[in-house]
Design a protein around this ligand. Structure first.
Ligand SMILES: *Cc1c(COP(=O)(O)O)cnc(C)c1O
Length: 381
């Protein structure tokens, strides 16, 4: 950027992803934020001042570069955590003892498992709702403390009406958090729809190369940001500086990756609808998808996860995973590589997820190569 820098909020997200979180553009400054490997920072001799970094568990310049960038993308203040689950745990711990959290049916199994464990220990109550059913979501808010949803959900790809939930949550005085891992801030900005908190597993699209674990929270509320910062510091739920740097490095190409992967996903979803070995195809890009109209109004694209139900039984679905040669049979998602997995192979997965459902994480390869490999594996099974 030149010395005449445009206001950050005038920049498009694709530009923010490239330009934020860099050292000042001045002669002899580094182009890229450095990886600062230091457990402590030299003290001033005038007592501890708010701007002092102090200790490496409180703050780190590489985290700060990442947080500035993600904060600008989502429109709030970001905090980096050691993993997506550390960010989820931090948000669930905002619920007072004995309070109630509303969560989606058939969402990310790690988040559901943690909430259920906290419930089993008597620390909180969990109400599960289908996030696609706005009336049910609004009804579940009664007396709740937190609603923590995903949209689209992992792996059912249910789409919530974010504006309606945001309005109802505000009216009911319920804290509204959205796990935005699937959409990324380039496709959806929940804070613009009334959410007070956004969560990311940056392990997925933000980093994009299947080589790092990291999580983030983003909030527009300074008091919440301070509470989460204290939580992170005292629990030691901090990422390493290398991890923060890898995620920031990945974000530089986020716009290209989500464009390409999203286009591949929409094309594959369209072809899969007519595949003889496939029953239902879920992807919000499909005009027949129940979430299509809603996604069109609140997202600027549909994401790159496609879920399909293989005809036959779970063994047939397993055979598809075993038969692909290009698609990698593995868990996780959001990398440049296309991967697939039968989610119900885990006992912890929600029974709302069909036994034959395969979650496809569509990467940035050539779409015809992806199609040929998947088509062959489906026919073989
Ligand atoms: C993977 C995932 C998480 C957990 O993130 P980790 O980085 O694996 O701890 C949370 N939410 C969603 C939607 C995810 O896909």
């Amino acid at each position: 950027m030149s010395t005449q820098q445009p206001e950050p909020n005038e920049l498009a997200p694709a530009t923010i992803a490239v330009h934020h979180g860099r050292p000042p553009v001045e002669p002899n400054q580094a182009m890229s934020a450095p990886v600062v490997l230091s457990s402590t920072f030299v003290s001033s001799n005038d007592g501890f001042r708010p701007e002092d970094r102090g200790y490496g568990r409180w703050d780190n310049p590489t985290w700060a570069a990442l947080e500035e960038t993600v904060g600008a993308l989502e429109g709030g203040r970001a905090l980096a955590f050691s993993a997506g689950m550390a960010a989820v745990a931090a948000v669930l711990d905002l619920v007072p003892l004995g309070g109630t959290v509303v969560m989606p049916t058939g969402a990310y199994s790690g988040s559901t498992q943690l909430a259920q464990q906290l419930a089993a220990e008597g620390l909180l109550n969990v109400r599960e709702v289908s996030v696609a059913d706005t009336d049910a979501v609004v009804a579940a808010l009664e007396g709740a403390d937190l609603i923590l949803i995903e949209s689209p959900t992992n792996p059912l790809l249910d789409v919530a009406d974010l504006a309606a939930v945001g309005e109802a949550a505000r009216a009911a005085g319920v804290l509204f958090a959205v796990d935005n891992t699937f959409a990324t801030p380039l496709r959806q900005r929940p804070l613009d729809f009334g959410a007070q908190l956004v969560i990311h597993s940056a392990t997925k699209y933000l980093s994009g190369h299947s080589d790092v674990l990291l999580g983030l929270t983003v909030t527009t509320d300074d008091e919440l940001a301070a509470r989460l910062h204290t939580y992170r510091t005292l629990r030691g739920a901090v990422p390493g500086p290398w991890e923060a740097w890898l995620v920031l490095r990945g974000i530089r190409t986020l716009a290209l990756r989500v464009d390409r992967a999203g286009a591949n996903a929409a094309e594959l979803a369209r072809r899969l609808v007519d595949h003889p070995a496939v029953g239902r195809v879920r992807h919000p890009s499909l005009p027949t998808d129940p979430g299509h109209e809603r996604a069109r109004t609140q997202m600027s694209g549909f994401g790159a996860i496609v879920s399909i139900e293989v005809r036959g039984d779970s063994a047939a679905a397993d055979r598809v995973c075993a038969a692909t040669r290009l698609w990698v049979h593995t868990t996780s998602l959001g990398g440049v590589e296309s991967t697939l997995e039968r989610r119900r192979r885990y006992p912890s997965e929600s029974v709302a997820v069909p036994e034959t459902l395969l979650r496809l994480s569509v990467g940035i390869e050539d779409v015809d190569d992806l199609w040929r490999d998947l088509d062959a594996a489906l026919r073989q099974a």
